[in-house]
Design a protein around this ligand. Structure first.
Ligand code: NAD
Length: 480
């Protein structure tokens, strides 16, 4: 099965921070893949903008090298050359005055105009102001902003206000790349395009939900930044929160941006404050020189590289069904998954002790995006009625065939920006509501002086995190 590619309208896309890590690793390779797939029509321009002095030719070489590094073997030389032909460069300091006239000269009347702010958030205001003052941004232009979107409610509000001074909400695309993952969108398809699951999707039938995002890597070169953030701000407030919303939200009346985002916002607003006893924070230990404290070069750090939380959504659908969230670094495996753990059937006609296990629907985001439903069947053979749980496993890559390439989240999201579809982007009020829930949790552990517990690299996190579920008579799924 070959996926259908619908070309977008011609566009001029400016990438501020065009020489940065994100642009090299994700944005340019993603745009190249869309180009090769025929989604980028004739007449598009992609302009890198950053502080380095460079001409178009040197920047094309730079982008070519990024493609070679991150796409490697799957490059097609003719296609690379054609792609590089639509790449331009403009040296600009976001805080300076030069370069803006040159940028304006590169923009044409007609194509969709989009500006990707792949720079530190401290520069968002400068960029927005200068794009506006130099008459480069039109009322139809779009801006794309990267995370982190604030450090708390106050800074998120300030950032929203800065952007709102020059752009209206319909022009602002706040990226959370988790929302661009195929499986995450599939979560909505599974829920709302099938009759099968939705009747069971509530506290009457769902015992609890587990959301896990585990990484094997440590903080690496990001230690300085990470230590000012931690797992709660870096992962829970945005990525895990978005997954929680998509699982818990009511059906929107249409798959349209505000209909979906209104429902997500209601979930965030229905989250209870989290008690201290329902939070476990950890820091990885390890050999000397490689502990969390060594890697962030801060022996006093109280920042968590792991967090587990028990979260309650206070509404009719979910009252009594906890959502357990966990994420951490240097864990046993790299996996992102959502597991819907169903309740026992009300009565067992097979008697006790027949090996009953609860039905589990697992939605895997990585590795190998797909779904897995564990169901009970009769164990084959003449030995009477013994039950066994088996997986109904669907790897999207396998099920859809070898021809279907599952696009990287950034590819999908950038094309959505050009299409003007904000469904998979966070609205300003959503981000603020997420911080309004997050802030008191962080303030709470700071006020109590709680320090993260140590955990060994390659494990599933601190012991206390196991207890968080054990004391409720439940257990985490294995991190493979
Ligand atoms: P980076 O430090 O590698 O690159 C920053 C870019 O900004 C460079 O091109 C630099 O020249 C440019 N820049 C810096 N100061 C400038 C100025 N005054 N005027 C114009 N350009 C300037 O950063 P990155 O990793 O590419 O991240 C960019 C943004 O994306 C950040 O907000 C980051 O938090 C976010 N982000 C990055 C990743 C990632 O994987 N790298 C993931 C998620 C979010």
């Amino acid at each position: 099965m070959v996926s259908r590619v619908i070309p977008v309208d011609p566009f001029d896309l400016v990438i501020f921070g065009g020489t940065g890590d994100l642009a090299r690793r994700k944005i340019f390779p993603g745009l190249y893949r869309r180009f090769v797939d025929g989604q980028v029509p004739d007449g598009c321009r992609i302009v890198g903008a950053a502080r380095s002095e460079m001409d178009h030719a040197a920047f094309r070489e730079f982008v070519g090298a990024a493609l070679a590094e991150f796409i490697g073997d799957s490059q097609v030389p003719d296609q690379v050359a054609a792609f590089l032909d639509i790449i331009f460069y403009c040296p600009i300091d976001a805080k300076g005055t030069s370069g803006w006239a040159d940028l304006k000269a590169l923009m044409r009347d007609g194509p969709v105009r989009a500006f990707y702010f792949s720079v530190a958030p401290a520069l968002f205001g400068d960029l927005a102001e200068r794009l506006h003052d130099h008459g480069i941004a039109t009322p139809e232009s779009r801006i794309v902003v990267e995370k982190p979107f604030g450090k708390n409610l106050a800074t998120a509000k300030a950032l929203n206000a800065t952007l709102a001074a020059h752009f209206n909400e319909a022009q602002i695309y706040r990226i959370d790349h988790y929302l661009g993952k195929e499986t995450v969108q599939n979560l909505m398809a599974v829920r709302f395009a099938n009759i099968l699951f939705e009747p069971l999707w509530n506290s009457q039938f769902v015992d609890h939900v587990q959301i896990t995002v585990s990484e094997t890597v440590g903080v690496g070169g990001r230690g300085g930044y990470y230590d000012t953030s931690g797992a709660m701000r870096d992962m829970v407030q945005n990525h895990l929160m978005q997954l929680l919303c998509l699982i818990a939200m009511e059906p929107p009346n249409k798959f349209e941006p505000d209909a979906v985002r209104d429902e997500k916002l209601k979930v965030i607003r229905a989250l209870d404050p989290v008690a201290a006893s329902e939070i476990v924070r950890g820091q990885y230990r390890g050999p000397k020189g490689h502990t969390y404290l060594d890697e962030v070069e801060n022996p006093e750090s109280g920042t968590e590289s792991y967090i587990a939380l028990k979260v309650h959504v206070s509404n009719w659908r979910w009252k009594g069904t906890p959502f357990y969230l966990r994420t951490g670094k240097k864990l046993r495996g790299r996996a992102s998954e959502i597991a819907i753990m169903f309740k026992e059937p009300p009565h067992s006609i097979f008697g006790e002790g027949e090996g009953w296990k609860q039905n589990v629907l697992v939605i895997r985001l990585q590795p190998d995006e797909g779904m897995n439903l564990r169901v009970m069947i009769k164990e084959p053979g003449p030995g009477g009625m013994r039950l066994k749980d088996v997986p109904l496993d669907m790897s999207f890559a396998e099920a859809l065939g070898a021809d279907v390439i599952i696009p990287d989240a950034y590819e999908r999201l950038i094309m959505d920006v050009i299409r003007g579809n904000q469904t998979l982007f966070m609205r300003g009020d959503e981000v603020e509501a997420a911080w309004a829930w997050t802030d008191p949790i962080i303030q709470g552990w700071r006020a109590r002086g709680d320090m993260p517990a140590g955990y060994d690299p390659g494990t599933s996190g601190p012991e206390d995190a196991l207890m968080l579920l054990h004391r409720d008579g439940r257990r985490w799924r294995e991190i493979a």
